[in-house]
Design a protein around this ligand. Structure first.
Ligand code: 5GP
Ligand code: ZN
Length: 112
């Protein structure tokens, strides 16, 4: 999607600090970290949010969770939080599906 910030990051048109990449997904550190470790994992295909996950595109979501499991093991993160905001009221600011991976500090519940 040409006017999507995360599609531009995937295409390399906007620089990012890459954590991991394969054919299906891209992981990079958040520009405004909310924890000592904070990266995002996104599908390379443009999906606007969890609300737009379908039978046709859901394999990417399973793949992303496998990548999160592998990356967090590799980074020795044994406690972390995975968050996806959907819609404005929940705090979604970029309309390209993304999973925040946050770690390295105590987390509160419920989230604010
Ligand atoms: P959301 O608010 O939609 O749940 O999450 C979007 C995230 O993208 C935010 O945590 C924000 O800091 C991050 N972000 C926004 N623009 C950029 C950017 O240009 N580069 C990087 N690395 N992260 C960004
Ligand atoms: Zn996009």
């Amino acid at each position: 999607m040409s006017d999507c910030l995360f599609c531009k990051i995937i295409a390399g048109e906007i620089p990012s600090n890459k954590v991991y990449e394969d054919d299906v997904c891209y992981a990079f550190y958040d520009i405004d970290p909310q924890a000592p470790v904070h990266f995002l994992v996104i599908p390379k295909a443009h999906i606007s949010s969890v609300s737009a996950v379908t039978e046709e595109n859901c394999a990417a979501v399973g793949h992303i969770f496998r990548v999160i499991a592998e990356l967090t093991q590799k980074l020795h993160l044994d406690s972390y939080r995975v968050v996806s905001n959907i819609g404005e009221q929940a705090g979604q600011s970029v309309r390209h599906l993304h999973f925040h991976v946050l770690s390295g500090r105590d987390m509160t519940w419920p989230p604010g």
